[in-house]
Design a protein around this ligand. Structure first.
Ligand code: ATP
Length: 503
């Protein structure tokens, strides 16, 4: 149901308080004025005090507002309004209410007003408008929350059509479809603003509009501060080896890049992949490169930032993170170090309870997910992960990455030398380096290449030679040396659990 319809229903049903959260102020008031029915609308805000927004004849007056009393506190306003009957047959809007709802006196006043409304002694509907949601326990039963709903793709298309008609312009169907997908997740007002901005820049809607939309979404993500939008430089060509994983991702790319067609054919929307394995062997690299391969933005979820200090805050953050990712979809949602986020599940104590709840929320979402959010979760130590996560239906597949084999090391050396010293590549005996680096991770090899190049430069040489690389190798401890038996143990466990090898 649309926002307007729901609001009308609540007002007709005489609910004491409607709480509009996270909605753009102006369009919220506009909508309220459309559905007021027989009531007059008063508004209180910090800046102007009390204003009359609409007369009973039903004239809309978003711009026309009459200040009734510019010098009255919210407390006095509510107190006198209820006591003297001024609120009868009114809708009373209270803006930026969140901070007042932490004050006991204010809560008591509202509670008293709500009781009178319930008893039929007062004919008022309070509408709270605020960017944040604060619901005190004492008012819980009186408050109906109305959160912003995003327009559907068809709704957005209608909006674009209307805009095009108003401007006497034209748009070709394919661009309109792309735009409708891109606009998903933005509020009606944001959509209007971008359309006007794009139009005034170019005199028509062009492909550039898509860039403006992406820019707006980036800001949305930044403001929320839970997800990070990662710029992607890496592509599949930057990954040496891991061919099985790369091929698998390539198949998913075929589906994601032709989603509508694939779905029509009966293909299920991919959910995501869990990549486990030893550090420094290309897990993060794969998360980044898959976003590039799918040609979609990459969002990184930081579990540390998700955990809030208030009751219910972490769950709210998780909900918001999911909503944001779905708004940006199609996208890749990268959850790094998954085991850190969900360790301690099922344990005792407040912290463990929160993690358990978060985990449940995440599982349900993964299970029911219908949006094109492709999850790439990476983990070092899969043994710390709860088994429910590994059941079929959550991730499409679970891969493990091992230390690179000889062929893979060859490729990794090539990639990193080519990045820094393409002119030396032909002269270097890579095979010799490969033989000397058994037990080295991809990150170790990159370290060796960096070191060799720097040393050659510092020595004043004009080129980097095989000897420089060998010296760098000899100065490095491989991951296998550092981790010892635990690597072999991990690999044994992965195999026992029948995870797929990425190579
Ligand atoms: P961690 O668990 O420590 O985050 P990771 O498996 O995610 O490790 P990456 O961050 O992907 O490791 O790798 C670190 C760096 O090592 C990469 O930026 C890349 O330069 C290099 N590297 C690792 N594996 C490969 C590979 N297979 N091909 C090319 N470079 C690699």
């Amino acid at each position: 149901m649309m926002f307007e319809e729901r609001l009308r229903e609540y007002i007709d049903a005489n609910v004491p308080i409607v709480y509009i959260a996270g909605y753009d102020d102006k369009s919220a008031v506009e909508t309220i004025l459309k559905v007021t029915g027989r009531r007059r609308v008063w508004e209180w805000n910090r800046m102007f005090g009390v204003m009359d927004r609409k007369d009973i004849t039903g004239k809309k007056s978003v711009e026309k507002k009459e200040i009734l009393n510019s010098d009255i506190s919210l407390e006095k306003f509510i107190l006198s309004g209820v006591r003297d009957g001024d609120f009868d047959e009114k809708i009373v809007i209270v803006k930026d209410v969140a901070s007042y709802l932490e004050d006991d006196d204010m809560i008591a006043l509202f509670k008293n007003a709500c009781l009178r409304i319930e008893e039929g002694l007062l004919d008022t509907v309070f509408i709270f408008i605020s960017s944040t949601l604060t619901v005190p326990k004492e008012l819980e039963k009186y408050i109906t929350i109305l959160e912003e709903e995003f327009l559907s793709e068809d709704g957005i298309k209608e909006k674009i059509d209307l805009f095009i008609e108003e401007q006497n312009s034209e748009i070709y169907e394919k661009l309109k479809e792309e735009m409708a997908i891109a606009f998903k997740g933005l509020s009606a007002l944001e959509i209007d603003t971008i359309l006007s901005l794009a139009f005034s820049k170019n005199g028509e809607l062009t492909k550039e509009t898509l860039d403006l939309i992406m820019e707006q979404k980036k800001q949305m993500i930044q403001k929320a501060g839970i997800l990070e939008m990662i710029p992607i430089k890496e592509s599949m060509e930057d990954i040496g080896g891991l061919n099985v994983l790369k091929e698998w991702l390539g198949k998913k790319a075929r589906v994601l890049n032709n989603m509508k067609e694939a779905e029509k054919f009966g293909v299920e929307l991919p959910k995501g992949v869990l990549i486990a394995g030893v550090p420094g062997c290309g897990k993060s690299l794969n998360a980044k490169a898959s976003a590039k391969l799918f040609n979609v933005p990459l969002l990184k979820l930081d579990m540390g930032r998700l955990m809030g200090k208030y009751v219910g805050e972490s769950e709210k953050n998780m909900r918001q993170a999911i909503a944001l990712a779905e708004a940006i979809a199609p996208c890749v949602l990268w959850i790094d170090e998954l085991e850190k986020a969900f360790s301690g599940i099922g344990g005792n104590g407040g912290g463990a309870e929160v993690t358990t709840r978060l985990f449940g929320q995440f599982l349900t979402w993964m299970q029911d997910k219908e949006s094109a959010v492709f999850v790439v979760a990476t983990a070092n130590d899969i043994m710390k992960l709860p088994p429910e996560l590994m059941r079929k239906g959550r991730f499409d597949e679970i891969f493990y990455v091992q230390l690179p084999n000889t062929e893979e090391r060859h490729k990794i050396f090539e990639i990193h030398i080519n990045k820094r010293r393409p002119m030396d590549l032909q002269k270097i005996n890579i095979q010799e380096l490969v033989e000397k680096t058994d037990g080295y991770s991809g990150a170790d090899i990159e370290g060796v290449v960096k070191e060799a190049v720097e040393n050659a430069y510092v020595k004043g040489n004009t080129e980097v030679t095989t000897t420089d690389f060998i010296e760098a190798i000899e100065a490095t401890h491989s991951l296998k040396e550092i981790m010892g038996d635990s690597i072999t143990e991990l690999e044994k466990q992965y195999k026992e659990r029948k995870f797929k090898s990425a190579s």
